[in-house]
Write a protein that binds this ligand. Structure first.
Ligand code: SAM
Length: 250
């Protein structure tokens, strides 16, 4: 694990507040993200939330007021963990503090790009049980982000998704900087389909235009395919794209 203190000038620092620090770096220690971590392009500090519990049982959670199933993470413990690591809320705080929760705003590529550009990196709070007491989320001015319309058992896999999405946009992580420009969501479209050798495989051939060497025709075909796939699979994105571009097709 690399701590925030070790960061170089261009290092993107990530701090994760979790009850399960041993889960990290996990998949973030492999492949692109793992190599970038080794190179110091980003750094990872894990903080054990339990270390901020003050009672003799080191409790981090309690039963919900109003009844109901499950447990809720205590505001005093989360408050101490956030303030003592990311600093108190307000103008002096260097890093956005993000709580991953199904109740947050849906994560978008635009938000990922903005977070990856934040020189101060990010602090991520991982929930467990039924989640975190609402008051500390308000008091700490925490941004609430959801990674998709489904419920995970904890915030750690969601944190890994968010961090991975950001890390691959950091300079020097993905080999060819042009690679990310035409990817899904960057232009409001899903990406066009890809093909590689062999040109003929199981009676299926690669679209002729991709073998033509004609760059303009390839570009036109790819845009048409990106539009077709988006129209067929993501009516929500297609409606936004039509509004932005004036594209006629319903
Ligand atoms: N009771 C919560 C609700 O219905 O919104 C779900 C709690 S979930 C079992 C436990 C933790 O997993 C949450 O506090 C959150 O940190 C994380 N989590 C679950 N699903 C998530 C999602 N789709 N996006 C981001 N975080 C998620």
């Amino acid at each position: 694990m690399t701590g925030l203190d070790d960061r170089g000038d261009n290092c993107w620092p990530v701090r994760v507040l979790t009850l399960f620090p041993e889960m990290f770096p996990g998949l973030l220690g492999q492949s692109l993200a793992g190599r970038a971590l080794e190179k110091g392009i980003w750094s990872l500090e894990t903080v054990d939330i339990r270390g901020f519990a003050r009672d003799k049982h080191r409790s981090v959670d309690d039963t919900p007021f109003g009844g109901g199933p499950g447990m809720v993470m205590r505001p005093d413990v989360i408050d101490a963990a956030v303030t003592e690591t990311a600093g108190p809320p307000g103008a002096g705080r260097q890093t956005p503090v993000i709580y991953l929760t199904p109740r947050g705003s849906l994560l978008t590529q635009a938000r990922v790009r903005a977070l990856a550009a934040a020189p101060s990196g990010i602090t991520v709070l991982c929930g467990r049980y039924e989640g975190v007491d609402e008051r500390v989320l308000e008091a700490q001015a925490v941004e609430q982000i959801c990674i998709g319309d489904y419920v995970l058992s904890g915030g750690e896999p969601a944190a890994m998704v968010l961090i991975d999405a950001c890390v691959r946009l950091l300079p020097g992580v993905v080999g060819n900087d042009e690679t990310t420009g035409e990817e899904s969501f960057e232009r409001g479209l899903l990406e066009y389909p890809h093909y590689t050798r062999p040109a003929a495989w199981q009676d299926r051939v690669v679209p002729e235009v991709l073998l033509s060497g004609h760059h303009e025709k390839v570009r036109t075909w790819r845009l048409a395919e990106a539009e077709r796939v988006t129209r067929e699979r993501r009516p929500d994105l297609w409606a936004q794209y039509r509004r932005a571009t004036g594209h006629r097709q319903e």
